[in-house]
Design a protein around this ligand. Sequence first.
Ligand code: ATP
Length: 314
Amino acid sequence: MAEVRVKSIVKRYGSHLALDNVDLEIAEGEVLGLLGPNGAGKTTLIHAVSGIIGFDSGEINVFGREQKSNLLEIKRQMGVVTQEIAVFHDLTAKENLQFFGGIYGLKGQELKERIEKTLEFVGLSQYANKLPTTFSGGMKRRLNIACAIVHRPKLLIMDEPTVGIDPQSRNHILETIRQLNEQGTTIIYSTHYMEEVQNFASRVVIMDLGYVIAEGTMNDLVKKIQHEEKIKIEVADPAEDLLQKLRRVDGVKQVSLTGREILIISQVGAGNLDRVLSIAKASGEIHSFYTEKPTLEDVFLTLTGKQLRDVGRK
Ligand code: ATP
């Protein structure tokens, strides 16, 4: 059963169409990576799914129930980490969790245990009695995540949680998410950092201008674009004769040499790897041989004409 089903959602801000008939399904246990440039509609979609904003038409089902009429019940099993860090700065880390745990109906011993476990999980146990004002950005974000998972939600929705955070905290957060998913939490994760999605999302959705323009696994998406394959071979003796032979192989578009490394640009799926390798072998010892697949960045650029990495925050 789909954990989240979004059907023909339309959301307007005045005359601006922020979501234009968006359809989406997220299966239980999946990590869905939501990608798109500024203004694509990711935050609007996330806010609509989590019930933070309403929408003009369409339908959202969460945990198999119609969202609008079951919102309170659904929210009890959902955790949301918004783009802006939402913690109380005049409450300690522990008090923040007491507050959020309380909202979700936790109390007494159960609440106490959940707070301890959650602080430990996000690596903030030793800061339990400290105010977030003394925390780094990464620690604040970890506390923010703790507030969203203290009640062990089935579905965790995160909107660019690693923006502007030091690499150590970022790794910690990514590891936390990986573990939560391993424990069965379904995750929707919006980001500008392609490598995050590439590494742990089971499926990727790319949005632009209020539409879903592509979705699928990394492999599905890569297949959608025509791309050149890069083959790199380091040989003991990169003679001109070898380069000439490689240039004549079917599907090979370009051959160039840097030091001892030969870079071959070939048509994707030309089926010429064996031929390239045997020609290289015949020339002498091969030190290394590898091919590079198109990255999600290439896919994104091809589909939207925009470079994701260059799109800073508003
Ligand atoms: P980012 O990566 O910058 O967060 P996004 O993909 O999350 O972008 P949204 O924030 O969902 O994009 O915005 C989608 C569109 O709707 C944008 O054109 C934005 O300007 C517009 N928009 C968002 N919120 C509002 C609002 N409250 N009032 C008017 N327009 C809005």
